[in-house]
Design a protein around this ligand. Structure first.
Ligand code: ADP
Length: 380
């Protein structure tokens, strides 16, 4: 089967790595010939936001999917009309692309998400402080989101179509991945939890299973069921959630694709999100996704002030730690904050897991190779 993927980043790469054990051909469309997927797929250079590029790329594929939601949906609709199977369906991709449509979708389908107002420009604002402003489109990884706490902050309000949303008093940030195949089978992954490192105040570990009550789990199961029913599409979806201090679960946002918060499933669950996604695309029976113990993930992001050809300092020390798994994304160059890879860790308890994650974090650094400093090392 010819499987086409719009986007050639790490999500596509890890999907292909997993799915290569089956007999299919993988095609990737991405503007960057050095992207993570280029070396391991049939690669086409092109823009997944461009109508013609997507149309040309997709027309001879048996199934076409996305590893990023910011793609040309008009082309996907046209391809669908021409008989190409698109997973997930273009309609839900379009809904998720735009925060305004996404929030309206939650409201319409009674999926709990924080109260909000849609504004086309700053003059339409009629919402009590404090709130979060989220741009309708163009936001990614925290960009396009800002907190407005005070009258003074109102000066910074973006004069663009956006959603302003009530601030949730967050107890925990959670994430859940749910998959549905064309036959209608549904599987929900164990919930994962973002853990803040109290010393560094960074949100950077994702751990599984989340420490949550049965009541919280029930709310999440209900959200997943409502979401896939409303989306009315096969696919693998990541739902980012807030558990508030009163015990209520709210949907923050959804991705219609593989997700960073599911990476620990590679070694931490009976089957990973990548295996599950493959089964969705093929309409195979969905995989069991039980957690095999305590697992967690640390993102490897480019260090501050490091720009250039990447080096992973401390990699060998990390590899000496049992049940620790390194995944690098094939990106040659690092820059501050760029996601370069991740490390999964397994443990027998939550305490051991956090201790191991902190140890790994302290051992490894993503830096750029520096000819000058190498020379000084040698001359010392
Ligand atoms: P992105 O998709 O760019 O990552 P998010 O919508 O997930 O943006 O927001 C980024 C972060 O902002 C969230 O992880 C959360 O910590 C915070 N945030 C977003 N919406 C709210 C909200 N309604 N209440 C409190 N915090 C929020």
């Amino acid at each position: 089967m010819k499987i086409g993927i719009l986007g050639g980043g790490q999500l596509g790469r890890m999907f292909i790595q997993e799915a290569l054990k089956y007999d299919d051909e993988f095609y990737v469309l991405d503007p960057n010939p050095d992207c993570s997927c280029a070396g391991i797929s049939h690669f086409t250079k092109g823009d997944f936001n461009d109508f013609e590029d997507v149309l040309n790329f997709g027309k001879d594929k048996d199934v076409l999917t996305v590893e990023i939601e910011h793609v040309n949906v008009d082309a996907l609709e046209k391809l669908e009309n021409q008989g190409v199977k698109i997973i997930p369906n273009p309609e839900i991709i379009k809904t998720i692309q735009q925060k305004i449509l996404q929030k309206t979708f939650y409201k319409k389908h009674e999926i709990p998400s924080p109260e909000f107002q849609i504004i086309q420009n700053k003059h339409e604002l009629d919402f009590p402080l404090p709130f979060v402003q989220k741009l309708n489109s163009g936001g990614y990884d925290g960009k396009g989101v800002q907190m407005i706490f005070s009258e003074k902050d109102l000066q910074n309000l973006w004069d663009l179509p956006s959603v302003v949303e009530k601030l949730v008093n967050i107890e925990k940030e959670l994430s859940v991945i749910v998959a549905k195949n064309e036959s209608g089978e549904i599987k929900i992954f164990p919930v994962t939890e973002m853990v803040a490192d109290p010393k560094l105040n960074l949100l950077d570990f994702n751990i599984c299973p989340a420490e949550i009550s049965q009541n919280t789990q029930n709310q999440i199961d209900e959200i997943c069921r409502k979401f896939v029913a409303a989306a009315d599409s096969p696919g693998l979806f990541a739902i980012e959630l807030f558990l508030d201090k009163s015990g209520k679960v709210w949907v923050n946002e959804t991705a219609p694709r593989l997700h960073n918060s599911g990476h620990q499933s590679q070694e931490g669950n009976a089957n990973s999100q990548f295996e599950q996604f493959y089964r969705v695309l093929k309409n195979f029976p969905l995989a069991d996704v039980d957690a095999l113990g305590f697992s967690g993930m640390l993102n490897l992001v480019g260090g501050e002030n490091s720009i250039g050809i990447v080096k992973y300092e401390g990699l060998e020390s990390v590899l000496k730690i049992p049940k620790t798994y390194v995944h690098l994304y094939g990106k040659k160059e690092t820059k501050p904050g760029r996601k370069m890879g991740h490390i999964n860790v397994l443990a027998n308890s939550r305490e051991e897991l956090l201790e191991k994650l902190l140890r790994v974090k302290s051992l490894i650094k993503v830096k750029n190779q520096d000819k000058k400093s190498e020379k000084t090392e040698i001359s010392k």
